[in-house]
Ligand binder design. Structure first.
Ligand SMILES: NC(=O)c1ccc[n+]([C@@H]2O[C@H](COP(=O)([O-])OP(=O)(O)OC[C@H]3O[C@@H](n4cnc5c(N)ncnc54)[C@H](O)[C@@H]3O)[C@@H](O)[C@H]2O)c1
Length: 241
């Protein structure tokens, strides 16, 4: 079950963290995977906020084979409430986390409808789209947009064999978290790491491979009945608030 043989996938943000784990897991399930990421070592180095870059990356990926799967994991964080979020901060977050998802999903839908086989999109959202997290004003706004875009795509393209879902992780231990700790709690990283782990009902952070396993399932034919859904993967956070 859950094999992805003969499927061609593109993963944004696939050079690090959750995206990198998705790349490994999709490959282990038999998919051919290309990575679009700012990181120079990516198969398709580039910025998801730039429509020309995104169009070129998808064209290069599709030159090899028609696209079956898109996973949007590229994203950035920002800590602040509405009073200490500048317009520039807001625009930067929106550009990567919302516009980047829009541009990549648009390319994918264009190509999946053109080749006629349809396909599957999974966006990496966050529980911040569903519940209030302290000092995540701009970040939550971007993830709310991801959730809404996911449902909208699912509705508009259900008749053309495109499924679109998102996953909503709570805190997952990736370089994203390590960078946050180094920036905000220099010298106290281990202590705050333990506090953040204990704050999740299950007592730890998630692992990227746990999120990747859910993504792989959603991409598989066994998930053919699932579209427009948002799956929490959160160690009990949403159920036990
Ligand atoms: N780590 C968590 O606790 C957590 C929780 C919920 C949701 N998420 C979401 O999961 C996704 C991945 O997060 P992560 O923790 O793996 O982060 P990460 O920092 O480890 O990886 C993010 C990747 O995105 C790439 N990227 C950033 N901006 C880009 C751009 N403009 N164009 C192309 N690539 C770009 C980076 O180069 C990096 O490789 C993000 O969307 C994040 O919001 C993370």
């Amino acid at each position: 079950m859950f094999r992805l043989d003969h499927k061609h996938a593109l993963v944004t943000g696939g050079a690090s963290g959750i995206g990198a784990a998705v790349v490994d897991t999709l490959r282990a399930q038999g998919a051919v995977v290309r990575v679009l990421d700012l990181d120079d070592r990516a198969d398709l180095p580039g910025d998801v906020t730039d429509p020309d870059v995104v169009a070129r990356a998808f064209a290069r990926a599709e030159a090899e084979a028609p696209l079956d799967i898109l996973v949007c994991s590229a994203g950035i964080g920002f800590v602040g409430d509405i009073l200490n979020t500048s317009p520039e901060d807001f625009d930067r977050l929106m550009a990567v986390n919302a516009r980047g998802v829009f541009l990549c999903c648009q390319e994918a839908v264009r190509r999946m409808t053109a080749h006629g086989r349809g396909g599957c999109i999974v966006n990496i959202c966050s529980i911040a789209a569903e519940t209030a997290l302290a000092e995540r004003f701009a970040y939550s706004a971007t993830k709310g947009a991801v959730l809404a875009m996911t449902r909208s795509i699912a509705k508009d393209f259900i008749g053309r064999a495109i499924r679109c879902n998102c996953v909503c992780p709570a805190r997952v231990h990736t370089p994203f978290v390590d960078a946050y700790l180094a920036r905000n709690y220099p010298g106290r990283e281990a202590e705050v790491f333990a506090e953040l782990s204990a704050a999740q009902p299950i007592g730890r952070m998630g692992r990227p491979d746990e999120v990747a396993a859910l993504v792989a399932y959603l991409c598989s034919d066994e998930a053919a009945f699932i579209t427009g859904a948002a799956y929490d993967i959160d160690g009990g956070v949403m159920a036990m608030r």
